[in-house]
Design a protein around this ligand. Sequence first.
Ligand code: N01
Length: 536
Amino acid sequence: MSERAEVDVVIVGAGFAGMFMLHRARGIGLSARVIEAAGGVGGTWYWNRYPGARCDVESMEYSYQFSEELQQEWEWTERYATQPEILEYANHVADRFDLRRDMQFDTRVRSATYDEQSDRWTIRTDGGGELSAQFLVMATGCLSSARVPDFPGLERFEGETYHTGKWPHDGVDFAGRRVGVIGTGSSAIQSIPIIASQARELTVFQRTASYSVPANNGPISEDEKQAIKRDYAAFRAQNSLMPTAIGSRLPIADSLATTVAPEERERIYEERWEHGGLPFLGAFLDLLFDPNANETAAEFVRAKIHGIVKDPEVAERLSPKTVIGCKRLCVDTGYFETYNRDNVELVDVSETPIDEITRHGLRVGDREFEFDSIVFATGFDAMTGALLKIDIRGRDGLSLRDAWAAGPHTYLGLGSVGFPNLFTISGPGSPSVLTNMIVSIEQHVNWITDCIEYLRDNGYRRIEATPEAQDAWVAHVNAVADFTLFPKCNSWYLGANVPGKPRVFMPLLGYPMYVDKCNEVAAKGYEGFALTGNPA
Ligand code: N01
């Protein structure tokens, strides 16, 4: 039996974006319903339960700032929070702000269709549900569409398979098992040391070696927490001035790697390595712009790998030859050390790829491997995957899949031509994954809420990006990317990890300038958007 609900806003996704969107929508008196495929809140932190899953943004920063009470009362225990702790935080927020009563779990949105006569979206879910809403907000996440490559024979394997991004809720005990891990990105790098400590044998299949910097994780001291909590607002304000909206306590240096004396350069890299984590890439201003500067940081990490890994051949295989930072830098705890264990083997599949999955394992060239379990740490159809899984039809029946066939086209990453009253939170064309996601999410949700309030207060019923503004914005996002070294690797930022996906750099570098632009657009009555209605 089908039901039809009428609301002001339908929000797709109950991760950090969907939760805050619901809270803000209620705050301006809108009726709203969140539709979520998972059985609970938390988005990426609901699904990614693989061993060792943690955030690579420090916990005092990776949290909401909209409520002073919330940020004062919540106690993080470690510098980098574990997945269970972040999920607990998400559940706490859902309870504290009474969000669940407007959330529908275990429900997947199949389609969304815009009707020009009524200026409303019809949203259909699996199980036959139907909703009608004036506004549709896609809070579907950037890394939520887990991807297993199309290996021949996948269905033949008789053991157990797992994807890091869809991990069983009860956990997996690898004790006594022979395990194969495919992939060496962030998820693999976090899980491999733990799987290696449990499994009888672990074989890692590496196509591209990754740069990784130690997390140097540990408990947060009471003093450090209190120092931040004494003036949390000032701490947040400082972070929002950083290009990535992270790390004002150790910001990007203003010196150049290419002009500083070599001994001083080494000292600075050493200092950042000891500090740990993503700020390593901020050691010099030119690291992501100048290939010669970049190579000095890359060489420093390669030397570290050779210093940690005892077998020089394995160390060489683990040493990336690509630009450092143009794929997301990994942050680890004991990753390279794991290759000193007797039960761990690294197999390079960069030249001879995995040919097929077999009944008992997999085959690479003439070598057969037998496993009890295979772990796919093979990543996501990032940024557009979750959106394009839904059959979204805008004006004149235009499908989003067709509109974005050559790559995503948006204005500010918030709206797209042909799709009135549809907003994307942390959409392609916005800083999103190049920032602290929660900061970017709050900025987008606040902008969207203010925009809807403006439309309502001024008698408009429809908003849509104009082609001119969108074209100029897409050109701007590309120009910014081309000014950096980001387009130099086959990263998921470019869609290069998904065969056939258009190669377009999707996020925008530079949070503060982006925020200024969004504020300016709003201040000018949503310049670059066409507004329709009967303004008062
Ligand atoms: O995915 P990835 P991920 N044969 O795409 C390999 C965030 N995150 O889940 O590089 C063999 O990075 C692929 O090889 P290659 C973070 O933003 C954050 O690890 O394409 N191998 C690569 O090694 C991160 O960037 C945190 O050549 C194949 C791996 O699979 C993003 O999520 C933790 C293959 C995929 O790596 C995604 O990370 C975890 C094939 N056919 C994730 N296909 C933290 O906050 C793919 N691969 C710390």
